[in-house]
Design a protein. Sequence first.
Length: 261
Amino acid sequence: MDLGLSCKKAIVCAASKGLGRAVAVALACEGVDLIINARSQEMLEATAEHIRAKTGVSVVPITADITTEAGREAVLTACPNPDILINNAGGPPPGDFLDVNREDWVRAFDANMLTPILLIRAVVDGMIDQRFGRIVNLTTSGVPSPATYPHLGVSIGVRSGLTGFVGVLSRQVVRHNVTINALLPGRFETDRLLETLRFAAATAGRSVEEQTMLARNSIPAGRFGQPEEFGAFVAFLCSAQAGYLTGQNIVLDGGAYPGLI
């Protein structure tokens, strides 16, 4: 299927590794020129070079913290009128709610709720003017299924706030062929997964290997997701064919979420 994305421009946040990198690669394979962002210059440059060699598209790496005003300004200066915006940022560390102070909450709010909202505000009018826009927020399957991740209450809390905001805005802009959706990953083979498995293992007094086996066995698919699967799904959400899909929170978790809707 031709996704109709050739020569489009995309901002992909937190794209040096993990799910963000997989999304950047998938979009590039569809002919999308990229502005990619991360805090680690060495890793980001390596990702940019890999994508250029693989696909031949233009890739502009911007080393910056997207959760800061300066970081957002740097990315938006490089690409003030993107066709596609992929909001992504590392979540707060796992932990007990009672150990989280006000400053921790503010950092999580800034990174995982306010930053995506500010980026959306900066680009949505341009998307409306050009009659095409695709915004995808990478959040977590913990939003509809919080009991699955008992140590990620802060992350789930602030991402739920973003979900509510997008539920309102997405219905206001879709008439202009601008869609806003969220893809909610379950357990994918990333550094973030390893971090949460280590924390859960230490809390339960298990080995990381045992905790990993328990987590894998809890997934109906019988395995963890691969980042490439996630990237391909995001590419479709950004496609010309996905213009009738908006305001949705799509769980991609191998069947782990037990609900019907």
